[in-house]
Ligand binder design. Structure first.
Ligand SMILES: Cc1ncc(C[n+]2csc(CCOP(=O)(O)OP(=O)(O)O)c2C)c(N)n1
Ligand SMILES: [Mg+2]
Length: 598
């Protein structure tokens, strides 16, 4: 879906219209800077305000009329950036987030790290007090100034700049946008000097020719290597595809499926990377066994290939031939180790998987024109039956899937986020927009903001998908005020909180440590449980103008509660359902947490 090609939906975008300014020939530096955002067709700037960028703030409101980009006021910088990450997750493109110096950027850091690890393009914009100290207002503008503000986030952004003239500021935005949009994508930061913004200029310099500054076309993998990979795949007895990072593009999805079918490769997907392959396809598998059995493994930018192979083989050497298709090493640096372990690779196709697949598919079809027969679909984990809701005395997270599926039928849905207590198999993914993946950097508190940004992109794309986020209560509580931005801007969104009244993931860690040390594991909840007083999440939602339902404690009340919630969201509302779930993960989820050690 190409969200940006389509006109913005009227809903929610008619608010915050400024009164027009009187006609004038006078312009300021910040007008020229803001004009580049318009030129780049940046649709939104999520922000929390600050005096350090009051010049550009004025330009967006009064020079550009608060349209393209339009402001989305956020109550915390962390949600402003998370919103932009969620938007990028759906569209693949950056919107902007504006953060105040230095404190706003400090608030934003975790969200920028999440976007970095998620390889999500985000244009982070900020400001500094004047670098010319003679122009600083006493006290506050000294606090707004740092020698090298970008150093705060340089280790987990692709590029940053603090331009020293209006023309160089325009160029910096253009370069930042180009870099953010070049794979491996990621956040970039441009920091505007207050004096630069506020100095009057004689005229707005001509805009750079965008066509001559487009992001480069992604490189194709080398032909002979593609041929070698195809030979390996067609000669394999048990080929396996690890479908890691991939785009939300439906055609790329279909080609991925075609490649798996042409080679007969089984396919494993990754919760971290969103939907990349139909989970009810006969070739879709899970667990360690297919990895152990494989003689050729094709990794599509799999997050932590080394760790996955190591775990499946319990540390023993990997004998399968490994074909890695990834361009990710271009953003690896010496600070962030989100690059994970160094995998053994026999054949390295330095290309984005979505770019490599057409060439691989053509080469495979040449070598083996007839696809092997599809296997019989295997036994898959599923949802509890509806009757489980009648029989259970307490709600478990899987019951949420059962009730939601019952209420929705097969209506198109985007699972924006799923909590850790959600098992694979609870929901089928049949389209790249069926599920958007995780936070990226493991930063709790990102769920609400990311969900609002993704729901915004779905709304503007004219999607008929119901935007659903199932969040942990800890995640919800840390980022809850992001919901106000959704209400304010009429962004329909269903948030279901799998509320175990605990930072439960860490209870499991405490239990493990206590058991290892022969100490009482029943103390695991201390410093973890969010109880006494229990927090009324529905009231927190209502307090921000959203619909709040719950707490739902009785399994029999889950279906009616979700029915009411879905109706509210279909009517354009933001709705939060507080579902009190039993603390506990499935054995599979618990093992994953212990291994991945969040
Ligand atoms: C910013 C941040 N602080 C702390 C953590 C450590 N942490 C990982 S998971 C988790 C618990 C999350 O609680 P919740 O969202 O309620 O999910 P639950 O584990 O209860 O299912 C915490 C605190 C983190 N990942 N990020
Ligand atoms: Mg919890």
């Amino acid at each position: 879906m190409d969200v940006q090609e389509k006109p913005l939906a009227a809903t929610g975008n008619e608010i915050d219209r400024p009164v027009p300014s009187a006609p004038s020939n006078r312009v300021w530096g910040s007008d020229a800077i803001a004009a580049v955002l318009r030129e780049l067709d940046i649709p939104y700037v999520a922000l929390n305000p600050g005096a350090s960028y009051r010049g550009i703030h004025d330009s967006i409101v009064n020079y550009l009329g608060n349209t393209r980009p339009r402001m989305l006021l956020c109550l915390h910088e962390e949600s402003a950036v998370a919103l932009a990450q969620g938007y990028a997750k759906v569209t693949g493109r950056p919107m902007a987030a504006f953060v105040h110096s230095n404190v706003g950027l400090m608030h934003a850091t975790m969200a920028i790290f999440n976007a970095w690890c998620d390889r999500a393009p985000v244009l982070v914009l900020g400001a500094t007090g004047p670098m010319d100290s003679t122009r600083r207002r006493p006290w506050i503008e000294w606090i707004h100034t740092a020698r090298d503000q970008g150093a705060l986030i340089r280790n987990f952004t692709k590029w940053d700049d603090q331009p020293a003239s209006v023309a160089s500021a325009q160029e910096a935005i253009l370069r930042a946008w180009q870099i953010a949009n070049t794979a491996p994508r990621g956040p970039v930061y441009v920091n505007f000097d207050l004096a630069l913004q506020e100095d009057e200029i004689t005229e707005v310099p001509p805009m750079p020719a965008l066509a001559r500054h487009a992001p480069p076309t992604a490189p194709e993998p080398a032909g002979p290597l593609v041929r070698l990979a195809a030979e390996l795949l067609t000669g394999a007895r048990r080929p396996l595809i690890l479908a890691g990072r991939g785009s939300r593009d439906i055609e790329a999805w279909q080609r991925r499926v075609a490649l798996a079918e042409a080679t007969g490769a089984r396919v494993i997907t990754d919760r971290k990377s969103g939907a990349t392959f139909p989970t009810d396809h006969p070739l879709h598998v899970s667990g360690s066994a297919p990895i152990l059995e494989a003689d050729v493994i094709l990794s599509f930018d799999w997050v932590d290939l080394a760790g996955t192979l190591h775990t499946a083989h319990a540390g023993k050497p990997v004998t399968a031939k490994i074909v890695q298709v990834s361009i990710d090493q271009y953003v690896h640096n010496g600070w962030s180790m989100d690059y994970q372990g160094l995998p053994p690779v026999d054949l390295y196709l330095l290309a984005e998987p979505d770019v490599a697949v057409p060439a691989l598919l053509a080469a495979v079809k040449e070598l083996r024109p007839h696809a092997p027969p599809l296997p019989e679909p295997g036994q898959r984990p599923g949802r509890p039956p509806l009757s489980a809701l009648e029989e259970a005395s307490i709600i478990q997270t899987p019951h949420i899937a059962t009730a939601l599926r019952h209420v929705l039928g097969n209506a198109p849905t985007t699972m924006i986020r799923l909590p850790q207590s959600w098992n694979d198999g609870l929901w089928e993914f049949r389209h790249p927009l069926d599920y958007l993946g995780t936070d990226g950097g493991g930063g709790i508190g990102s769920g609400p903001g990311m969900s609002v940004g993704a729901a915004l992109a779905l709304r503007d794309g004219g999607s008929d998908r119901l935007p659903v986020a199932v969040l942990g209560d800890g995640d919800f509580l840390m980022g809850v005020t992001a919901l106000w931005t959704a209400v304010r801007n009429s962004i329909p969104l269903l948030v279901i909180v799998a509320n175990n009244r605990s930072f439960f993931n860490d209870e499991l860690h405490q239990e493990r440590v206590a058991l290892q040390r022969g100490r009482p594991p029943e103390n695991r909840w201390i410093g973890q449980a969010i109880r006494d007083p229990d927090i009324d999440l529905a009231t927190m939602a209502r307090g921000q103008g959203a619909t709040g339902i719950g707490p739902v404690e009785d399994p029999k009340k889950l279906v009616p509660a979700l029915r009411e919630a879905v109706a509210a969201v279909r009517a354009g509302k933001v709705c939060v359902v507080d579902v009190r779930v039993a603390p506990g993960y499935s054995p599979g989820a618990t093992a994953a947490i212990m291994q991945q050690g969040r």
